[in-house]
Design a binder for this molecule. Structure first.
Ligand code: PEP
Ligand code: MG
Length: 586
């Protein structure tokens, strides 16, 4: 399988999803589309360059026409959106100006197109009108399609990939990742991304090795290159030698054997040596993953990220569609709990550009509960579906990104409104349903005592709590090294929330990535959390880890930990006291 005579190249990124794979590279897109270079065209070459641009436009147009033609009946109503894109391809500003730049400035087509889009952006940027902003989004969409044709990269539908390959991409959206077919895609390498991005979370959930934040991977790796990907260490090896392939085949076998062996621990109870029982649950993104949670021994679903049913499409799911997804999960998990989080859309899980304007700073934008309280029609549809599905088992409802007390009141008001509307229509639904909020921004931590009065439980979302407390974009590989779960401020915040929960008599859970890392288990145990929810693959290990610990000792350990001044001190303390145990479960 190795590539004789070609030099082996090792690239380093973040181990975003553990596991090893060996396979041929499939380049999904290239950084080139964003980092196009400028070059001068001779006077004689201008005509050629204009033709190159026109061909790219024609190809883009053909692609759109094929998509429209292939639309099934249910999608046909959206054909008009793509038809408007076809018209935009010949738009005077986009098409005419690009040709003009090539002619007048003697520059390459990619650069001319990029320049036109920048000019258009400047004009649209300050517009308040949502409709016009959406038109800008359409122009970008169309320009991207032309650019893809110009630089000659594939704009593929991931679902349609037929061979066993390692995906190499500049970036991969959570929507694209959720389309991955495990039978076809062996692993993922991206230029961008970080360990707590949603793309990484999904890769872990479906059990595909991933290395993210490998700068220039899309430039260094060529289509068809043999690759070794080690998602545990964050290494990508291009054109490995025969010896390296043999070594990694061995490592891969060992890893897979270990993983398979873990499953035998799935049914053990997660009880400490001093008999403190902590529930270990799974996080899911898609209904099909519920079975993985059960297979891994999960005590329920601590976080159902429902937004994935809204991504990668130009319209919202109907109440009936949502209801049947939720019902499927709830019935499968019965009598275990399913914690359904209401739509946490946008941020890095942007819905289609055609249904939402571009935001300058999406992480601080119209995301999650903010979006739902604005698009109350979308919110009500989901709430009605949850209440109806709850009849079929045990459900809790969880509101994301709560920053303000009034957001809880408003969210609950809509929940009651949804219940009333079902009452009026005589549709069966579950009335008594536990309501919780995600604690994932500092204002919710500080206001936890007040917020506790309105809810039945808290669930700490450390992925965002770290992002918003330490001012670290969780998707930005440039600052990924600063994203630190051991920061004393984070440990103190978690402790504060747990203490408030105890005082107010409500349960406190954790569903952020911290919960699934054995390094944190002694801390979370000592802090006194009631439940931990994580990517399903981590469940057996965390259960074993809990069984190796003593809750009383962990409490004493945490009391000392709270005095630490730096992340390094916290990490060292964990390793000093628990390093030997952790090593067994990592
Ligand atoms: C979190 O922020 O920790 C969390 C669990 O939510 P998400 O990762 O979906 O933002
Ligand atoms: Mg979150």
């Amino acid at each position: 399988m190795s590539t004789k005579g070609i030099k082996e190249i090792i690239l380093k990124g973040f181990g975003a999803s553990p596991g090893i794979c060996i396979g041929r590279a499939y380049l999904l897109d290239k950084a080139d589309i964003e980092v196009v270079s400028k070059y001068h065209i001779s006077k004689e070459g201008v005509k050629n360059e204009k033709n190159r641009f026109k061909t790219a436009v024609k190809n883009a147009k053909d692609e759109l026409s094929i998509i429209i033609k292939d639309f099934t009946k249910e999608f046909r109503q959206y054909a008009s959106i793509l038809e408007s894109h076809i018209l935009l391809l010949n738009d005077k500003t986009l098409h005419g100006k690009t040709i003009e730049f090539i002619e007048v400035e003697h520059i390459n087509a990619e650069w001319a197109l990029k320049k036109v889009v920048i000019d258009i952006k400047a004009k649209f940027q300050n517009m308040q009108d949502g409709y016009l902003k959406e038109r800008y989004a359409d122009i970008v969409h169309v320009a991207d399609r032309i650019m893809i044709n110009l630089v000659g990269v594939k704009d593929v539908n991931i679902k349609g990939i037929e061979k066993n390959v390692v995906l190499v991409s500049h970036d991969l959206s959570p929507a694209q990742t959720s389309q991955i077919d495990m039978e076809k895609i062996m692993g993922i390498v991206t230029d961008r991304g970080s360990m707590t991005s949603h793309t990484s979370i999904i890769a872990k959930s479906i059990g595909i090795p991933g290395v993210f934040g490998v700068e220039n991977s899309t430039i260094m790796i060529k289509e068809g290159d043999l690759l070794i990907l080690d998602g545990s260490t964050g290494l990508v090896i291009i054109n490995p030698s025969e010896k390296t392939v043999v070594d990694y085949e061995d490592k891969k076998n060992k890893y897979e054997k270990q993983k398979a062996a873990l499953i035998k621990y799935k049914d053990i109870t997660s009880e400490t040596t001093d008999k403190v029982h902590i529930m270990v649950l799974g996080n899911i993104e898609l209904p099909e993953e519920a079975v993985t949670v059960l297979n891994c021994g999960g005590d329920g679903i601590g976080l159902y990220r429902t937004e994935f049913q809204y991504l990668g499409r130009n319209f919202f799911p109907s109440e009936q569609e949502l209801f049947s997804h939720y019902k499927e999960v709830i019935e499968k998990m019965f009598p275990k709990y399913v914690t359904i989080r209401t739509l946490d859309i946008n941020g890095d899980k942007a819905i289609s550009r055609t249904t939402h304007p571009i935001e300058p700073n999406p992480a601080l934008g119209l995301r999650a509960i903010r979006y739902c309280l604005k698009r109350t029609d979308v919110f009500m549809t989901q709430l009605r579906a949850i209440l109806r599905a709850a009849v079929f088992g045990n459900v809790r409802i969880l509101f994301p990104l709560i920053c303000d007390y009034t957001e809880i009141l408003e969210a609950k008001r809509f929940l009651y409104k949804a219940a009333n509307s079902l009452d009026i229509e005589g549709i069966p639904y579950k009335r008594d349903i536990e309501i919780g909020i995600m604690i994932e921004v500092p204002s919710a931590v500080i206001m936890a005592d007040i917020m506790a009065e309105q809810v039945d439980f808290f669930s700490i979302g450390t992925n965002d709590l770290i992002q918003y407390s330490l001012a670290i974009d969780r998707n930005n590989q440039q600052v990924a090294h600063l994203y630190n779960q051991f920061h004393p401020a984070i440990i103190r915040m978690i402790k504060h929330v747990a203490d408030v929960g105890k005082k107010k008599g409500i349960k406190v859970f954790m569903c952020g990535e911290m919960a699934g890392d054995p390094m944190n288990t002694p801390i979370l145990l000592g802090i006194g959390l009631d439940e931990l929810s994580m990517n399903p693959q981590s469940i057996p290990n965390i259960k074993r880890m809990i069984r190796a610990l003593n809750a009383d000792e962990a409490r004493i350990f945490v009391a000392e930990l709270l005095k630490k001044k730096t992340s390094a001190e916290v990490k060292d303390a964990v390793l000093d006291s628990y390093g030997k145990i952790i090593k067994k479960y990592i």
